[in-house]
Design a protein around this ligand. Structure first.
Ligand SMILES: Cc1cc2nc3c(=O)[nH]c(=O)nc-3n(C[C@H](O)[C@H](O)[C@H](O)COP(=O)(O)OP(=O)(O)OC[C@H]3O[C@@H](n4cnc5c(N)ncnc54)[C@H](O)[C@@H]3O)c2cc1C
Length: 613
């Protein structure tokens, strides 16, 4: 068994920032990651990081834009924490040597991004995430923080008290990809999950194959509620054949969207008369699909994004990466022709419920980054607001887990304070089909008795994981890829930009069927080393749980808010729905409940207004 004060799971932007903070606070910290840190998906981030750096800008304006972008479903304490702290965090990155793009006078450049009232997106070409990861990884190496890379975390070692709020997380169980060794990682002070989003629940996504929401699923099954999972962001500019992202930076620099008739439809069809292409992402995605559905799409599938008028010098200076992506994946030369684009799954606004300090309702368990929901993005994330979330909340989680004194959080987690139990009209039984054995594909049952000490909780979780792997390696049955492909197709067809009740119910039926098929899953590769077949089988179980949570939330929320569009409910219902959806695993029988959104900020209460761009 390995032992540290703080164990950070995940080495993307959130995990690296959390580890650096925990180290700064004096903890013995380790990072456990299924990928080498600089291969983490944060490296794919292109466009930039929002921070109010200029005198003419303010954190208050950033907070207002973020709240408006969230369609009034973000919690004000979290939004204000983000906007107050992101300038300091960006300056910290600059001091660590991050290669930001600069103006002629040497200041860090900022560009306009969708939904922002000020050009406040700092960037490093169109490779911001790559530079961010490398800058922070240098700090990790410099500080001698231990990194267990290519260790895949299978489960959390959590006690089994009845109420999740009484449970405690003592560590994690890891699987060494290179050797097949299964081992416990004991965390004396805290475990921080920074495992990224669940984009692979969809088949047309900008997210890498590694984005399987493992941390979300593990913590959900251990008792942490999933919050606002229905809010999935579909990015308006992804390449049709692969889902590869064309950064919002293209529109930020002045790129224009055209339909098959050559119309600049964002203005000519009145989708966003003020901001046009730079309206918020949900608005632009719906506009594009409406154009396609009404027969004005190209090849009935996509629209054109044109940046030729920006000129070669500006394009190669600020968007060079985009030229390569369009050429390599679509054969389009962005200097000479428009690029084909369509909406694709991009980001999960929801995630593990945390407060502003990254703490979940389970003792000793924290979450930060895309896997978490501190409730900054609400119903729709603004472009450029995820990267500051990683560094602001990653740092706070790192400090808190390492025992640094923090301001008490204003957001309450778990079933404490004000909450309301709810039901959903599901056509099938939700959750576990009932016969998943602990040792087969479940990997989720809370591990050990509450009275047990940390070592025995870890030992029994490790033993359970070993049995599970053994069973998977020695069974005959269906291959995980069939189950995964079915779920991905279902989600893309029925839980997409446009959602309707019957489609959502069909999706739940299909997910249930996939769960039942998964009961007979087996691994075809018996090897002990680099067994990606085994690991993808385990990831597929996570995707099943998360696909169900997304769909349940989408069915329950019978209103149109932010990225969540419902055919039968075409208005935002503030009287009824200024609340978060939460789903608790409840030993395999998911339970839905609601908690009111917090609109009271430090000095003002945000009043919901009509959201127009
Ligand atoms: C193509 C693209 C472009 C984007 N551009 C921008 C942008 O310009 N600006 C912006 O603000 N946002 C952007 N985003 C969003 C933003 O990049 C992501 O939300 C963010 O990088 C996620 O970071 P993370 O640290 O939470 O997770 P990730 O970077 O995904 O890292 C997850 C980490 O967890 C580890 N992990 C996962 N599961 C396990 C497991 N079971 N065991 C061990 N380790 C595990 C992985 O190895 C990895 O190290 C973009 C997103 C995409 C997809």
């Amino acid at each position: 068994m390995y032992e540290h004060d703080v164990v950070v799971v995940g080495a993307g932007g959130a995990g690296l920032r959390a580890a650096i903070a925990a180290d700064e606070a004096g903890a013995d910290v380790a990072i456990v990651s299924k990928l080498h840190p600089v291969r983490s998906h944060t490296g794919a981030a292109e466009g930039g990081i929002n921070a109010a750096l200029r005198d003419a800008d303010s954190w208050e304006d950033h907070a207002y834009d973020t709240m408006k972008g969230s369609d009034y479903l973000g919690d004000a304490p979290a939004i204000e924490t983000l906007c107050q702290n992101s300038p300091y965090e960006v300056i910290q990155l600059e001091h660590w040597g991050m290669a930001f793009s600069r103006e002629d006078d040497g200041r860090v450049s900022q560009r306009p991004f969708g939904g922002l009232s000020f050009p406040r997106t700092t960037y490093a070409g169109a490779e911001t995430g790559h530079h961010l990861l490398h800058t922070m990884y240098e700090q990790v190496v410099k500080r001698g923080i231990e990194v267990y890379d290519e260790w895949h975390v299978l489960d959390l070692a959590v006690t089994d008290e009845e109420r999740p709020e009484d449970r405690h997380c003592h560590g994690v169980v890891g699987y060494d990809v290179a050797s097949g060794e299964v081992s416990g990682f004991k965390a004396r002070d805290g475990v921080i999950l920074a495992t990224g989003g669940p984009g692979q629940a969809f088949d047309h996504t900008t997210n890498a194959v590694s984005c399987t929401g493992d941390g979300q699923a593990m913590a959900y099954r251990a008792g942490v509620p999933l919050e606002d999972m229905e809010f999935i962001q579909f990015h308006p500019t992804t390449l049709p054949s692969t889902g590869v992202l064309i950064s919002e930076g293209v529109r930020g620099e002045g790129g224009i969207l055209y339909n098959a008739d050559g119309e600049r439809f964002m203005f000519e069809h009145g989708y966003a008369n003020n901001d046009g292409e730079l309206a918020s992402r949900d608005v632009v995605s719906r506009a594009e699909l409406t154009e396609v559905n009404e027969g004005r799409g190209i090849e009935d599938e996509y629209v054109h994004l044109d940046m030729r008028h920006l000129g070669e010098e500006r394009i190669t200076d600020r968007l060079e990466n985009i030229l390569h992506l369009a050429e390599d994946f679509e054969g389009a030369d962005g200097l000479d022709e428009p690029m084909p684009v369509k909406p694709g799954q991009h980001y999960a606004m929801g995630g593990l419920e945390t407060d502003e300090n990254g703490e979940t309702c389970v003792g000793g368990l924290y979450a930060a980054g895309e896997c978490a929901c501190a409730s900054v993005h609400g119903a729709n994330r603004l472009g450029g607001n995820a990267l500051p979330e990683l560094i602001v909340f990653g740092k706070r989680a790192g400090y808190h887990a390492a025992g640094k004194e923090m301001e008490p959080a204003e957001i309450e987690t778990g079933q404490r304070g004000e909450f309301e139990r709810a039901t959903v009209d599901s056509p099938v039984e939700l959750g576990d089909p009932g016969s998943f054995g602990d040792a087969v594909a479940d990997g989720g049952a809370v591990a050990a008795s509450g009275s047990a000490d940390a070592d025995s909780v870890l030992d029994s979780t490790v033993e359970q994981a070993r049995q599970r792997i053994d069973t998977l390696l020695h069974s005959d049955g269906i291959h995980h890829s069939e189950v995964r492909a079915d779920v991905q197709e279902t989600m893309t067809a029925k839980v997409n930009v446009f959602r309707e009740e019957n489609g959502l119910k069909e999706a739940l039926r299909e997910i249930r069927q996939a769960r039942e098929e998964y009961e007979n899953v087996a691994v075809s590769d018996p090897s002990q080393t680099f067994n990606t077949d085994l690991l993808q089988t385990i990831e597929t179980r996570n995707l099943l749980d998360l696909a169900e949570a997304i769909t349940v939330g989408a069915l329950a929320r019978d209103e149109f808010r932010g990225a969540h569009w419902r055919a039968e409910h075409q208005e935002r219902k503030d009287d009824e729905w200024l609340k978060h959806t939460l789903l608790s695993w409840n030993d395999g029988s998911p339970e839905l409940w609601f908690r009111p959104v917090v609109l009271e900020g430090e000095e003002k209460t945000y009043k919901p207004k009509t959201r127009s761009y």
